[in-house]
Design a binder for this molecule. Structure first.
Ligand code: 3PG
Ligand code: MG
Length: 399
């Protein structure tokens, strides 16, 4: 990975810092229901404001289709942001133009302003240079702290970085350093846990991981497709039958890359996916015709645990069972506890990311016991696919 500049490389003084944040957080009835992204962003703002900078925070929120949409305003974020950074936050009801200018001009050293949703302007997603110039006019330095939106080549993540001195904020820096530690300069053998529903959506990720890690553990419904491809009866399990050939290709590629591919050896099955439904635990070659695989079994937890003991480094994306429905969260939670224990003991450097993964780790109460949990969903996935993220690339180029 090319190196990037950070807050350590710039003198902010009382300059205006245009800060790209990702405040695209879940909001219900005007209240933020998950504050992780806000809390993880706060140190960057506190540091900048503490040094006397005038901090101009910009973000997208949701996916507005036709300009201004009151339901997708960033207004509900003023209060939670202000609480997280322990400072008042001024608000500009437009992210460019005279309104934005007025609010930014009113900032004193150490002051913080939040601009309205960037995506109310078409120029944002179009990565329009003219729109980027309007944003750039609001700052002297550009800081990108939105790793979770770095997979988008938008005006606020890409074009604007060409117009101002551009550096990574503390959260962006932490995300990049964590991914670098597991994928670029790791202690080997490196293990990966890849879960989730579909081989088809994670094909590129699996292929890239095969070449990068020495132990690839596959769980979730995508493991069903692998088992099916090996000729196993998987009953009524969720499966992509048309991906069987591709799945066999992955098994063969793992072999030639000397990557140990670990699949479930026993599974928890049920007739329906419903909370509290009667379950059975069976070896993978004994799945009843009328049942579906919904989680890994205890022997698989042990097997994965023993592989984890041998790996000093782990990257994890995707739950290994239908964790949203109890008791099918048990496998993912058990693996989460193993990972947490090994990490606490200093034996494992563990990095996890992706919306479902983080939700499952939070549900299991271990999210804060891993070495690093990413705030990103799509961006984390694209990184694990070996792709270059436009928002990261923009930070490695001098203006
Ligand atoms: C996310 O929540 O994944 C990021 O904020 C990116 O949002 P987007 O998928 O709407 O671009
Ligand atoms: Mg997304």
């Amino acid at each position: 990975m090319p190196s990037f500049l950070t807050l350590d490389d710039i003198e902010v003084g009382s300059k205006r810092v245009l800060l790209r944040a990702d405040l695209n957080v879940p909001v219900r009835n005007g209240a933020v229901t998950d504050t992780m992204r806000i809390e993880r962003l706060a140190p960057t703002i506190r540091e900048l404001a503490g040094k006397g900078a005038r901090v101009v925070v910009m973000s997208h929120f949701g996916r507005p289709e036709h300009g201004f949409d009151p339901a997708l305003s960033l207004r509900p974020l003023i209060e939670p942001l202000s609480r997280a950074i322990e400072r008042p936050v001024a608000f500009a009801s437009d992210c460019i133009g005279t309104e934005a200018r007025r609010v930014v001009d009113g900032l004193k050293p150490g002051g913080v302003a939040l601009l309205e949703n960037l995506r109310f302007h078409e120029g944002e997603e179009a990565n329009d240079p003219a729109f980027a110039r309007e944003l750039a006019a609001l700052g002297d330095i550009y800081v990108n702290d939105a790793f979770s939106t770095a997979h988008r080549a938008h005006a606020s993540t890409e074009a604007v970085a060409r117009l101002l001195p551009a550096v990574a904020g503390r959260l962006m820096q932490a995300e990049l350093e964590a991914l670098q530690a597991v994928l670029e300069t790791p202690k080997r053998p490196v293990g990966a846990i890849v879960g989730g529903a579909k081989v088809s959506t994670k094909l590129q990720l699996l292929e890239f991981m095969l070449a990068k890690v020495q132990v690839l553990i596959i769980g979730g419904a995508m493991a069903n497709t692998m088992l099916f491809a090996q000729g196993k009866n998987i009953g009524r399990s969720l499966v992509e039958r048309e991906m069987a050939e591709t799945a066999r290709g992955i098994l063969a590629a793992a072999k030639s890359a000397s990557c140990e591919l670990v699949l479930p050896v026993d599974v928890k099955v049920a007739r329906v996916l419903r909370e509290g439904v009667g379950t059975q635990t069976v070896p993978v070659d004994r799945v009843p015709d009328d049942c579906m695989i919904l989680d890994i079994g205890p022997a698989t937890v042990e097997l994965i645990g023993s592989w984890l003991e041998r790996c000093p480094t782990l990257v994890w994306n995707g739950p290994v069972g239908a964790f949203e429905v109890k008791p099918f969260d048990a496998g993912t939670a058990a693996i989460g506890r193993r990972v947490a224990a090994l990490t606490r003991a200093g034996k494992l450097m563990s990095v996890a990311g992706g919306g479902d993964t983080v939700a499952a780790l939070n549900q299991a109460g271990v999210a804060d016991q891993l070495s690093y949990v990413s705030t990103a969903g799509g961006a984390f996935l694209e990184w694990l696919e070996g792709r270059e993220l436009p928002g990261v690339k923009a930070l490695t180029r001098s203006p």
